[in-house]
Write a protein that binds this ligand. Structure first.
Ligand SMILES: Nc1ncnc2c1ncn2[C@@H]1O[C@H](COP(=O)(O)OP(=O)(O)OP(=O)(O)O)[C@@H](O)[C@H]1O
Length: 629
C-alpha cells in the first residue's frame, strides 16, 4: 500500500495530540496502523505504543492492519521505519485496564445487565416506584449500559431525588457482598485508581503513546481515562481517529461530542482531514453524503472517491418474498461474474428481520454465516461445550443450552430429550425423582442423576466443569479426537482466562489451544455473510445488500420516537451503506406499513425521499413501482 499525501501528513506530524474526524473508507485505520509502527520505532525501548478501541472487532481490525503494514516493505520505506516492531498492544479499552490492574478477585466479570437485577431488587424492597416506572427505569438502564451513579441521575423524574443516593449506596453494598464486577466497573475502578499519583505515573511511563480507533464509540468513563492518562505528563502522545457519522453505540453512551471534548481538553492538538474514500465508488459515496447531510450531529466532511462504478440499486415497493428471491438471483449473478461468496454480505437492522431470508438461502443451498453468531459458525462439538459452560456458570441457563446437552446423550432421542427438558423446567422440589412420563432406560437414569447432582452439588465451577466433561466424554456421539482434547484444552483456557471468558475464546483462531481442525468442516470455505449493522461496523465487502427492516420492530423499539433515535437510525444506515466497495442494493419491503410517530415516518426509506432518481438506479426489480407516499 502507498500512503496518500494527506495520510502521510498524519504519520509524519510531530504534534503530540492528533485527531482525525473523517468519513468512512478514508483510511483512518490504515493511518493509525502506520502511526503505531512509526511511534514504536521512535520510542525504541522506552515504553510501548498501546492501541485500543471499544469493541473487539475494531481492536482486531487495527491489529491485522499493523501486522500487514509491518510486512509491507514499500510502505515501511515510505513511513521511514527500518525494523518494524509489530508486537504492539491492541485491545479493547477493558482489556487495556484489566492488563494493568486486577479488578475482580475471581477473574470473573459479569455483563452490565447483571446490575439490573440488583436495581430491581432495591427498587422493589423500597417500594419507591410504581410498576410502570420500574419497567421504564429497567429499560433505560439496560439500554444505556452506563454506571449507575450517572445513569440514575436521569431517573430523577421517576425516583424521588433524595432517594437516589440511598439507592446507589445500597447497590454498592450488594455488589460488594455478592462480589459482582461488571464491565463498567472495570473502567470506573481503573479511573479511580488513576487518582493515585504513583499508579498514574507508572501507566504513563509504560504507555507514553496511546492510539484510539473508533474514537466516537468511547463512553464517558473511557474518555476520562484517556484524558487523565495525558494529564501531568510532558511526553504523552495521543492519536485518535473516528467518524462522528458512525456513532452506532449512542445507546451505550458513545457520542459525537468526543471530538469537541478532545479539542477543548488539548488546545495544542493538530487536526487532520482525510478526503479521499479509498474503499467505495463515488456512487456509493453519494448515498452516504445524502445521509450525512441530514445528520444533526455529525460535521460535514468533503469526501470524494477515487473510483467510479454503477449507481446503487433501490427497491422500495416489493414484497419480502420477492426481495428474498431477487437477492438470491443477484447473488448468483455476481458469483457468475467472478465475485466470491465471501465478498458479499447482507445486512439488516435486527436479527429477526433475516429469519425468512435465512430459510430462503437454505432452500437455495447458498452457504451463509451469521456474523458473530457462535453457534452457527462452530461445529456440533463447540456448540455442545458452549451449552455446558452456560449450564454450569449460569443460574438460569437457556432451554437451548439444555437441549444441546440432552440431545447428545446416548440413547436419548430428540423426543425424550424434550421430555427431560420439560421435566427439568417444572421440577419444583430438590428431591430427585424420575419424571413419570418417561420410559426408564439406563442412559436416561444416568443423565437425570448427573443433572441433578451437578445442579445441587456445592463445588467450584471448575469441579463442575470437569464432572460435566467426564460425562460428555462417555458419550459415544462425540468424536474421538475431540474427546482427547476436551479436558486439557478446557483446563488450559479456564486457567488462562477464567470461566466466563471461555465462550469468547472459542472464536479466537489465534488462541494456541483452539480445537483440532475438523476433518469435515460444517461450512464450506466461502460463504455469504449475514449481519446486523452494529456487528459489522468497520468491515467491508465488494457487494452489500441492505435487507430493509420491519416497521413493527421499529415501533417496538421506539426507534423513531425522538430526533435522537432517528439520528441513530440514520447513522446506522450510513454505516451499512459505506461497507460496500463496488455494488450496493437497498431493499425496503412494501408489506411493512409506514407509521407516523413523533412527526416522523418510521420507515427508514424516508431518509431517501426525493433522492431516488438522483443517486440510485431503480431497476426493474421484483414488483417495482413508483415509491408510495
Ligand atoms: N493509501 C491507500 N491506498 C490504497 N488503499 C487504501 C489506502 N488507505 C486505505 N486503503 C484501503 O481502504 C479501505 C478502507 O480503509 P480503512 O478501513 O482504514 O478506512 P476507515 O476510515 O477506517 O473506514 P471505516 O471508518 O469505514 O471503518 C481498506 O481496504 C484499506 O486497505
Amino acid at each position: 500500500m502507498k500512503m496518500t499525501k494527506e495520510q502521510m501528513a498524519v504519520v509524519e506530524s510531530d504534534a503530540a495530540m492528533r485527531m482525525l474526524n473523517c468519513g468512512s473508507g478514508c483510511g483512518k485505520t490504515a493511518v493509525l496502523g502506520s502511526c503505531a509502527l512509526k511511534e514504536q520505532d521512535r520510542l525504541g525501548g522506552n515504553g510501548r505504543v498501546v492501541v485500543f478501541s471499544l469493541t473487539n472487532y475494531a481492536a482486531d481490525k487495527i491489529y491485522k492492519t499493523i501486522q500487514s503494514h509491518a510486512r509491507d516493505r514499500e510502505l515501511l520505506r515510505q513511513i521511514g521505519v527500518r525494523t518494524p516492531d509489530p508486537g504492539i498492544e491492541c485491545s479493547t479499552i477493558h482489556g487495556f485496564c484489566l492488563r494493568r490492574r486486577r479488578i475482580s478477585k475471581h477473574g470473573v466479570v459479569e455483563k452490565d445487565a447483571a446490575e439490573q437485577d440488583l436495581l430491581l431488587e432495591i427498587l422493589q424492597s423500597k417500594g419507591l416506584v410504581d410498576e410502570h416506572s420500574m419497567k421504564t427505569i429497567l429499560k433505560m438502564y439496560r439500554c444505556r449500559q452506563i454506571p449507575p451513579a450517572e445513569s440514575l441521575t436521569d431517573f430523577y423524574d421517576l425516583v424521588p431525588r433524595d432517594e437516589v443516593k440511598g439507592i446507589l449506596a445500597e447497590m454498592n453494598r450488594l455488589k460488594k457482598e455478592q462480589g459482582l464486577v461488571t464491565f463498567n466497573d472495570i473502567l470506573v475502578r481503573f479511573l479511580k485508581m488513576l487518582d493515585k499519583p504513583h499508579f498514574l505515573k507508572r501507566i504513563q511511563r509504560e504507555c507514553p503513546v496511546l492510539i484510539v480507533d473508533e474514537f466516537q464509540d468511547l463512553n464517558t468513563v473511557a474518555w476520562r481515562i484517556l484524558k487523565k492518562l495525558a494529564s501531568t505528563s510532558a511526553c504523552a502522545r495521543i492519536i485518535v481517529a473516528g467518524d462522528d457519522a458512525q456513532t452506532a453505540f449512542a445507546y451505550a453512551d458513545a457520542s459525537f461530542k468526543r471530538f469537541k471534548q478532545f479539542r477543548q481538553a488539548f488546545s495544542d492538538h493538530q487536526e487532520f482531514r482525510l478526503t479521499i474514500n479509498q474503499r467505495s465508488t463515488q456512487q456509493i459515496q453519494d448515498v452516504s453524503d445524502a445521509l450525512v447531510r441530514q445528520s444533526r450531529y455529525s460535521s460535514r466532511k468533503t469526501v470524494v472517491a477515487n473510483r467510479i462504478g454503477d449507481k446503487p440499486g433501490f427497491y422500495c415497493n416489493c414484497s419480502s418474498q420477492a426481495i428474498h428471491e431477487h437477492i438470491i438471483e443477484e447473488i448468483r449473478g455476481f458469483a457468475e461474474d467472478g465475485i466470491p461468496l465471501d465478498q458479499m454480505a447482507v445486512f439488516y437492522r435486527f436479527n429477526a428481520d433475516a429469519f425468512g431470508f435465512r430459510r430462503c438461502l437454505s432452500k437455495n443451498h447458498i452457504p451463509y454465516m451469521v456474523f458473530g453468531d457462535k453457534s452457527s459458525r462452530k461445529g456440533p462439538f463447540v456448540r455442545l461445550l458452549l451449552a455446558m459452560v452456560q449450564i454450569i456458570t449460569n443460574d438460569q441457563p437457556s432451554g437451548a443450552a439444555w437441549m444441546e446437552v440432552l440431545r447428545n446423550v446416548e440413547g436419548l432421542g430428540e423426543k425424550q430429550a424434550e421430555k427431560v427438558f420439560a421435566w427439568l423446567k417444572h421440577k419444583q422440589s430438590n428431591d430427585f425423582q424420575y419424571p413419570r412420563q418417561l420410559k426408564f432406560t439406563a442412559p436416561l437414569e444416568r443423565t437425570l442423576r448427573f443433572l441433578h447432582d451437578t445442579k445441587d452439588n456445592v463445588g467450584s465451577p471448575l469441579d463442575k466443569l470437569f464432572a460435566l466433561v467426564d460425562f460428555i466424554r462417555s458419550m459415544p456421539k462425540v468424536n474421538k479426537t475431540v474427546k482427547d482434547h476436551i479436558l486439557p484444552t478446557m483446563a488450559k483456557i479456564v486457567h488462562d482466562y477464567g470461566l466466563k471468558d471461555l465462550p469468547d475464546k472459542f472464536n479466537d483462531p489465534s488462541y494456541p489451544l483452539c480445537f483440532p481442525p475438523q476433518t469435515n468442516p460444517p461450512y464450506p470455505k466461502t460463504y455469504l455473510t449475514l449481519s446486523t449493522i452494529h456487528r459489522i461496523k468497520g468491515g467491508e465487502y465488494e457487494v452489500v445488500f441492505y435487507l430493509g427492516t420491519n416497521d413493527e420492530t421499529y415501533e417496538d423499539h421506539g426507534n423513531f420516537s425522538t430526533p435522537k433515535d432517528r439520528e441513530l437510525e440514520l447513522q446506522l444506515m450510513n454505516i451499512a451503506v459505506t461497507r460496500a466497495r463496488t455494488h450496493l442494493q437497498m431493499y425496503f419491503p412494501v408489506d411493512w406499513k409506514v407509521v407516523k410517530k413523533g412527526g416522523h415516518a418510521s420507515n427508514p426509506w424516508t431518509f431517501f425521499n426525493g433522492l431516488h432518481k438522483e443517486i440510485f438506479q431503480t431497476p426493474e426489480g421484483p414488483n417495482h413501482e413508483e415509491e408510495q407516499s
